[in-house]
Design a protein around this ligand. Sequence first.
Ligand code: PGA
Length: 263
Amino acid sequence: MRVIIETDADAAARLAARWIANTVCDKQDAVLGLATGGTPVRCYEYLIQWYREGKLSFAGVRTFNLDEYVGLVPDHPESYHRFMREHLFDHVDLKPENTRVPDGMASDLESACRAYEEAIRGSGGIDLQLLGIGRDGHIAFNEPGSSLASRTRVKHLTEETIRDNARFFGSESQVPRLAVTMGVGTILEARCCLLLATGNHKAEAVAAMAEGPVTASVTASALQFHPQAVVIVDEAAASKLQRGEYYRTVEAAQRQRLPVREF
Ligand code: PGA
């Protein structure tokens, strides 16, 4: 796991955006796995800026989002379909037919989940999967206790996730209790996993993910099995890491050998 500590949330978001932009420039038909939530918003703003400056095109890119609430229509203000349109899709040259978000309104959710997995496989697999992390260590909506071999399916959200996401809905009672989410096993098949985490409230989850045991109680810890997992954090989210100085030393050397192109 490559842990990169940036000075603040903006620098972390910018580096994550550079990673995505590099992937797209190197492979114009790249398949991106995308995430929602508060954390990736700034990262998407950088991608939009570089697209507008003519440095980047998504015309050949296909995307798959991690998750969606069950029971929210795509136009619901808090659906992840809507989030993606507002924060990325409507502002770049991604073709709408090349953007996929799980269908939380499907009458047969199980077959919709199977079809989502098949669509990912049919695309040739995800080149770069962007991830956030929950305070309980979840990736996507793989709540504590999720199988580390899980595939796309319906999950019950935990009380903690419902409380955390109530800020977007106005009250806890309005947060859907179920979501469709890629599984941990699905995520681990991406060729590269890029996890972005910022803020003090993520420090414990980041430390448990990177330095704790691999456990279904912290589903992000499964990334320790991934050969290309990159974790970008700000100082605040890094504050509970035991090996922070080591990561900084390694990164200083890595950057000289493997520079991530500027945009
Ligand atoms: P956040 O969510 O970016 O809104 O903190 C992250 C997550 O729960 O995966």
